[in-house]
Design a protein around this ligand. Sequence first.
Ligand code: YH5
Length: 260
Amino acid sequence: MGIINVTPDSFHDGGLYALPEMAVTQGRRLLEEGADILDVGGESTRPGAAPVLESVESERVIPVVRALAGRGAVVSIDSRHPSVIVAALKAGARIVNDITGLNDREMRRIVRESGAYAVIMHMQGEPGDMQDAPHYDDCLGEVHDWLAARVALCEAEGIARERIAIDPGIGFGKSLDHNLALLKGLRKFCEIGCPLLLGVSRKSFIAHLCGGIPSQERLPGSLAAALWGATQGAQILRVHDVAETAQALRVWQAASGMAP
Ligand code: YH5
């Protein structure tokens, strides 16, 4: 899954892809590099990022979704807002990537009625305050049980389990130790029986392990974390650097005898 940020304040792209045309160009490149899914988002979830109006978010992402879906790409829409999700599905998106884990009943109804696929991600707190003082007694167990319960709720409301991927939400209301506990115990999430998505690309935990390096210098750590995730059962890797990740996966798969 290749990341397309359609945000002027995007931490990594530095606003380079703010314009929808540039985001579409970026998306086409990620497809050529081997992405199977393009994750399009128009709101920064960084702590302290300014909230955007839903109408502004839609203006940013909908033309990008329409153009990329129109070229046959499988597009996921990264948004917390039902109005943006509905517009994106109309424009051809097929996956709802809601970082609030389909917390909103309205969001679950939209997924059920549209027949879209959904990613359920775990987050403690809200983007604005989630990193202030994350606390768990047993991070791995609590995140696992929360995801299992949320999948069960969705199923009870008529969303087929086959349409759901789960995601422990690395960096979303988690300290370094919490993130590491989730990565170390990643295999446990496979018990839930849904495809596992992992988003580690260029995240802060890499800096916390490596002397505070800025996001542009986190590719090696991102590749290591992505390969670790793949060995532990993650089927979908959400990444900025598609070509590099595809190369790393190809070599690892060939060496380990795993089918490509
Ligand atoms: C995710 O894990 N993450 S947006 C801060 C960084 C680097 C990267 C400071 N949306 C996920 O990518 N959706 C985001 O360095 C996501 N899973 C799913 N499903 C945050 C992000 C990032 C934040």
